[in-house]
Design a protein around this ligand. Sequence first.
Ligand code: ATP
Ligand code: MG
Length: 338
Amino acid sequence: MRVVSGIQPTGNLHLGNYLGAIRNWVRMQDEMEEGSECLFFLADLHAISMPHDPAELRRATLEMAAALVACGIDPSRSVLFNQAQVPAHPELQWLLNGTARMGWLNRMTQFKDKSGKNREGASVALFTYPVLQAADVLLYQATHVPVGEDQKQHLELARDIAQKFNNDFATEDAPVFTLPEPYIPPAAARIMSLRDGSKKMSKSDPSDMSRIELVDDPDTVMKKIKKAKTDPEPLPGEEAGLADRPEALNLVTIYAALTDGSVESVLRDFGGQGFGAFKPALGEVLVETLRPISSRFAELLDDRESLDAILARGAAKAREMGGPTLDATYKALGLVRG
Ligand code: ATP
Ligand code: MG
């Protein structure tokens, strides 16, 4: 099994990013059997498909890399790199552009969503983004690609491209590309804003108090939890009692996710208690979870040399792993390279 997965670089990482995305990768890595591999990359090349600030992209890429390592991605077990250091990604994308059909890309709903009304003003990169995604996974002969609901269509496209390429340019006993299967990751927690239980926790929320950030110190975490919006009722004994109490449900969900329990099991322990008791308990668990992560995170961001070295090693490994497929693609297409 070979799993390949990318994440867009984001700065100002928060608890939602950790519990909803990063922790899943760490689990995937930790559950890999002997002989299986994970390749994790920062999708910095994808980031230029939307208007962006170069300085911000650079900062976010390094921050995301540091956060992944701080949260438990082990660069000696997983291959961790950013796309921009592995030119084979955009190279293969170009080669696959000959196989991808306009009609296939025209059907991609993400392009329609992201370009909105301004289709004519959207970047060409936004349109061909799914072909780069296909290249990202086909380059490594990925057998499995973790996909959320919104990415299913793009994985289908990657399979269509692989199949057509194999059909048109390879023989049945020596296909150039492996058709990747979807890998449905265990359901990740969806964390809501601490100020409004109907909005998700997000880095773009103007209020700092709405989110716990990976860099928050223990005092800040305790303060944010103490001030988190709640209601005057004690916690119920069962999940049904949280149906119309989104803020309370969110805090219980966070506790459950951090302690690997369920909402039910947290309510078995805390049912009947008020937030005066529950919030400090939640704050403690959060502080203990974040302590090692934030200190490693800060350390890595301060030590650019180590961080650069981690990314350089990952990229070297990725280039080596992708090389044979890239060569085979050029060859199959009849491109002369000396
Ligand atoms: P923005 O507000 O700009 O959309 P964001 O805070 O939502 O930023 P993203 O960069 O969009 O962060 O998301 C990075 C990853 O974190 C994605 O995999 C996304 O699904 C996940 N994620 C973001 N917010 C949450 C959340 N509140 N709960 C669970 N997962 C989240
Ligand atoms: Mg988002």
